[in-house]
Design a protein around this ligand. Structure first.
Ligand code: GLU
Ligand code: MG
Length: 465
């Protein structure tokens, strides 16, 4: 996304309630409604209900064993107290997220909260974690608009079962438009049908790589949208006999896939972009600088939430435009936080910042919630981000980077997890149960992948996110 032109004011359309959603499902001829959650391994899973029981299950939810929040992306169960064969929570859908799925026959979906039997949020619920961070920002006086700006690789399976990119097209080149035109047309239709407004489309640098950003939304809706977006891309591709990988580095020798998080801060009425200050050199307010500084300060730990897979660290290399250092900079695509130039027509409305150190193997509720917790800590401590990087931070000498407070990222998931475990702010925001379960799941992933070779890594990351 090249900028965020916003009216952040909440839509005046009220979200549908349980009865309206049930009626819409009936009218659309839906047979099964999926209740979708995203787990600590970043995988979206769910259970579905036939229409007959939909209305009741919107209230009661569907039962799920607590153990699923201890399961990693290889379906291995990590040892977490209370997450074994005994104990259940309820998957309770949010009717505001209801969507008829254009790519699956007679199907609809909603994202869910994980609730205790008394209806209170379960301590290990990622969506409730994000809601808590949104509430904390609101209490500090601002709301957050965001979007995950996703890149993905479009591939086909070769006779020997390997994945190969659909094209060798150049960056933004029209040959790329040609080869994927039919797929992209269906994808745009499917996204728009679900209210995910398309912002742009272009073939990206890597072979078969595509970028199709959608519009921003209030933070909770932005995370929900990332869930529906990932589902839609993979499913539409599959219906074309293709495989869309949103993994960070599905082809080790090609450009990686980011899911850059664009964000902006608004007053609680959604009227005014409080990240903007016309008088400042880069058009950013004090609040904006504090928030960005908080993100940079926590980034070595935050990465464990925003770039959380084994494969993530294959992407985060210097000179690949993915960012590899805790730097910020105006229009700097090698900086962890890029401040995009503003629109001439609406400098205030288009002010936003972009976290490049983020990919689609994350659980979007944890990634965005972590970003908010880190930013808010910067606001509370009135941190400042230091001098902007005006060149690729890899070009600075060690001494220059040290002077500017710029650090190289951890180079493995395991290091990022160590940092997360030691980060008292992020761990407190997650809370003991979610924090402990998350670390256990990710440590097990690390242990399993580090024993295996790259083919195993690619195979298991290619199509899950
Ligand atoms: N593909 C790059 C990444 O891994 C981003 C390229 C760009 O859009 O600046 O994040
Ligand atoms: Mg891009």
């Amino acid at each position: 996304m090249k900028g965020q032109r916003m009216a952040a004011k909440q839509s005046t359309m009220t979200a549908p309630d349980a009865d309206q959603v049930t009626q819409r499902a009936e009218e659309a001829g839906v047979r099964l409604v999926r209740f979708l959650y995203t787990d600590n391994g970043g995988v979206t899973r769910g259970k579905s209900t036939p229409l007959t029981f939909l209305r009741q299950r919107i209230d009661d939810g569907i039962g799920l064993t607590k153990a699923m929040q201890a399961m990693n992306m290889l379906d291995q169960l990590a040892p977490v107290d209370g997450m074994g064969p005994v104990g259940e929570i309820r998957l309770v859908p949010d009717p505001a997220t209801f969507r008829v799925l254009p790519y699956a026959p007679h199907a609809a979906a909603m994202t869910v909260d994980m609730l205790n039997h008394d209806g209170s949020p379960w301590e290990a619920c990622p969506r409730s974690f994000l809601k808590r961070q949104i509430a904390a920002c609101a209490e500090a006086g601002f709301g957050v608009q965001a979007v995950f700006e996703v890149e993905f690789s479009l591939a086909q399976k070769t006779a020997d079962g390997a994945f190969a990119p659909v094209d060798e097209s150049l960056c933004f080149a029209t040959t790329g438009f040609t080869i994927s035109a039919r797929f992209i047309d269906d994808l745009v239709e499917a996204l728009e049908a679900q209210g995910l407004e398309v912002d742009q489309y272009y073939p990206e640098l890597g072979h078969g790589q595509q970028e199709l950003p959608i519009r921003h939304a209030p933070a909770l809706a932005a995370a929900d949208r990332q869930v529906f977006y990932r589902e839609t891309v993979r499913n539409v591709a599959y219906n074309h006999g293709l495989w869309a990988s949103l993994a960070p580095k599905p082809f080790p020798n090609e450009a990686g896939n980011g899911a850059h998080i664009h964000f902006s801060l608004w007053d609680n009425d959604g009227e005014r972009n409080v990240m903007y200050d016309a008088a400042n050199e880069y058009g950013l307010s004090k609040l904006g600088y504090h928030f960005i500084a908080g993100i940079l300060d926590h980034l070595p730990a935050l990465l464990a939430l925003t770039c959380p897979s084994y494969n993530s660290y294959r992407r985060l290399q210097p000179h690949f435009w993915s960012s590899a250092f805790t730097a910020w900079g105006p229009d700097n695509r090698e900086a962890a936080v890029r401040v995009p130039s503003k629109f001439k027509s609406d400098p205030s409305g288009s002010t936003n910042a972009e976290l490049k150190a983020s990919d689609s193997s994350s659980n979007p509720y944890l990634a965005l919630g972590g970003l908010l917790a880190a930013g808010l800590d910067g606001v509370r401590r009135k941190l400042l981000p230091g001098k902007p990087a005006l060149v690729d931070p890899a070009i600075y000498s060690e001494a220059e980077r040290a002077e500017m407070g710029i650090k190289r990222y951890p180079t493995t998931l395991n290091e990022a997890l160590d940092n997360l475990e030691a980060d008292t702010v992020l761990m407190a925001a997650l809370g003991p149960l979610l924090g402990q379960a998350y670390l256990a799941v990710k440590r097990l992933e690390w242990a399993s992948f580090s024993k295996e070779d790259i083919d195993f890594e690619i195979k298991h990351h290619f199509w899950k996110f």
